[in-house]
Design a protein around this ligand. Structure first.
Ligand code: ZN
Length: 138
């Protein structure tokens, strides 16, 4: 029979007496109250930061550089894309500029063909009329 009396401890945070967990014993300074446990974690973190002041500074710098590197990469990719789009746009403009005179020539050519066809039609129509006349007088 375990006769050891569980020693009560005073919580460092809320000041209430509590029975420490048997596995932790007198090393437990804070009661199991959720608010006290959260505060204990918070204090431990603060304490740790005090002991390792450069840990996050170094990490922050590292992180900052990584972010910067990444955003530079994104910028470069974006400007490459923009350049690419600009190049395509330029090519379209050049193609249009090349095509426009060709299309103008084609239009002119089409007009010329149409007028030639019209005159050929008129010519044949005149010949047909002549033949018709000659047949009439036969
Ligand atoms: Zn407490």
């Amino acid at each position: 029979m375990d006769m050891k009396v569980i020693k009560h401890q005073k919580c460092e945070i809320c000041g209430r007496d509590f029975s420490p967990d048997r596995r932790i014993g007198s090393r437990q300074k804070v009661c199991s109250n959720l608010a006290c446990q959260q505060e204990r974690k918070h204090r431990a973190q603060k304490n740790w930061l005090k002991k390792n002041p450069n840990y996050f500074k170094g990490r922050y710098q590292e992180l900052k550089e990584k972010i910067k590197e990444r955003s530079t990469k994104i910028e470069n990719a974006k400007s490459h894309k923009d350049n690419h789009q600009q190049n395509i746009q330029d090519e379209i403009t050049i193609s249009k500029n090349k095509l426009l005179p060709i299309m103008a020539k084609l239009d002119k050519f089409q007009d010329e063909i149409s007028s030639r066809i019209t005159s050929i039609k008129l010519h044949f129509s005149a010949i047909a009329d002549d033949i018709q006349d000659e047949l009439t007088y036969l």
